[in-house]
Design a protein. Structure first.
Length: 152
């Protein structure tokens, strides 16, 4: 039995040796992260309002920063974006903070969980633009300027 174990020892060492995890022969390029260019959203400023709703907005930040949004983009908490429960992805909206009349045009690119009294979740960057970061919540009006054709 002792001779068998001694003969088996080199095979055990070989089996436990670490091997390269990835082959360098065929490199697969990393997938490119998607970001949205907001430059053309100001073109929607004079579009007719298709639907208006009022309610409470909140914002989301650190916990989701760098994660992939519902439509496949990378969430940037300092960027301008919005999550809605039901509006189709890529819907263009104007959000107006009703406490100070500041507004911004942006598009829906994420989904939000159901909150009893909230109608939209905005990025931290959007909350800064609308000036409600300290409050955390604010009453807003959402004006739909163009319905999205993205996934629902």
């Amino acid at each position: 039995m002792k001779k068998f174990l001694i003969a088996l020892l080199p095979f055990l060492f070989y089996a436990c040796a670490s091997l390269p995890r990835f082959s360098s022969e065929k490199q697969i390029p990393p997938t490119e992260k998607k970001y949205f260019d907001r430059e053309n959203l100001s073109n929607y400023n004079n579009y007719p309002v298709l639907e208006s709703v009022e309610g409470i907005a909140s914002y989301y930040a650190d916990k989701y920063h760098g994660r992939i949004t519902y439509n496949g983009e990378v969430y940037d908490m300092n960027g301008i974006s919005a999550a809605h429960q039901t509006y189709p992805m890529e819907t263009i909206i104007r959000v107006t903070n009703l406490s100070n009349n500041k507004s911004i045009i942006l598009r829906i690119n994420d989904r939000m969980p159901y909150w009893k009294d909230r109608i939209i979740d905005l990025s931290l960057g959007t909350a800064r633009e609308l000036d409600f970061v300290e409050k955390g919540l604010t009453k807003v009006r959402i004006d739909v300027l163009k319905w999205g054709e993205g996934k629902k």
